[in-house]
Ligand binder design. Structure first.
Ligand code: IYR
Length: 238
């Protein structure tokens, strides 16, 4: 059994409370300006910027620190074209072939999406995040990965936030079903596509759906000892 190796964690500068509140508000207001974008400019973004955003995403916490993700990056026009062709083939079936049930179609109506995905070629970069369902060593040995979806979801959230902090737009795109990406991108059997991110600046005339976000009172519930259940007798940890 490996011993834990611990190092001192010096938490950084503490702000006074007023500064903290102001900073928290500024962060919220900045993040609240983020929107999913489907109409990209073809303006280039340095590879190093995307690589650093991927490194940032990869700082995410993960089950047993297995970091069960692979970020596949491409800026190659031919690869982007192949992804577009395959994604549009699936999406055509979804939208025009009746694979999207009526309730889902209704839910999507406000977004104005259809089977056409030109942004897969316009955006300068595409990152496809794969979840590693289990670890696969060079020798083929398998190891267990834990809380894979939670871990990869958090990494993707950090990725979206990092790009936004840099003034770069993206979209959490899930061309469904996504299995074609495993083959197209040559990924090993332990990996499954999780989400695809086109990455770039919004087009000059980019429009986004006029959405509002749930207010705090709808997404947060505060509890205290007066309104939560008492633990049952006998459930205490010894
Ligand atoms: N994958 C399809 C449909 C779609 C599904 C959801 I849920 C969205 O929030 C948006 C789109 C598409 O990309 O068009």
């Amino acid at each position: 059994m490996a011993e834990p190796r611990l190092i001192r964690y010096a938490t950084h500068h503490h702000r006074d409370d007023a500064t903290l509140v102001a900073d928290a508000r500024a962060l919220y207001e900045n993040m609240d300006r983020r929107r999913s974008v489907r109409d990209f400019s073809d303006r280039a973004i340095p590879r190093e910027v995307v690589e650093l955003a991927i490194q940032t995403a990869s700082t995410a916490p993960s089950g047993a620190h297995r970091q069960p993700w692979t970020f596949v990056l491409t800026g190659d026009p031919e690869v982007k074209r192949r992804i577009r062709v395959a994604a549009e083939r699936e999406e055509y079936e979804n939208y025009e072939g009746g694979r999207i049930p009526p309730e889902w179609r209704e839910a999507l109506a406000q977004l104005g999406t259809d089977w056409r995905k030109p942004f897969l070629e316009t955006a300068p970069w595409i990152v496809v995040v794969f979840e590693q369902r289990y670890g696969l060593g060079r020798d083929g040995a398998r190891s267990h990965h834990y809380y894979v979806k939670e871990s990869v979801g958090i990494a993707c959230g950090i990725f979206v936030a990092a790009l936004h902090q840099l003034g770069i737009a993206t979209l959490t795109h899930t061309p469904s079903p996504m299995a074609f990406l495993t083959k197209l991108l040559g990924r090993p059997e332990n990996e499954r596509p999780f989400v695809l991110f086109p990455i770039g600046y919004p087009a000059a005339d980019c429009l986004v759906p006029d959405l509002t976000r749930k207010p705090l009172a709808e997404v947060m519930v505060e509890v205290d000892a007066t309104n939560v259940a008492d633990v049952e007798e006998g459930t205490d940890v010894p």
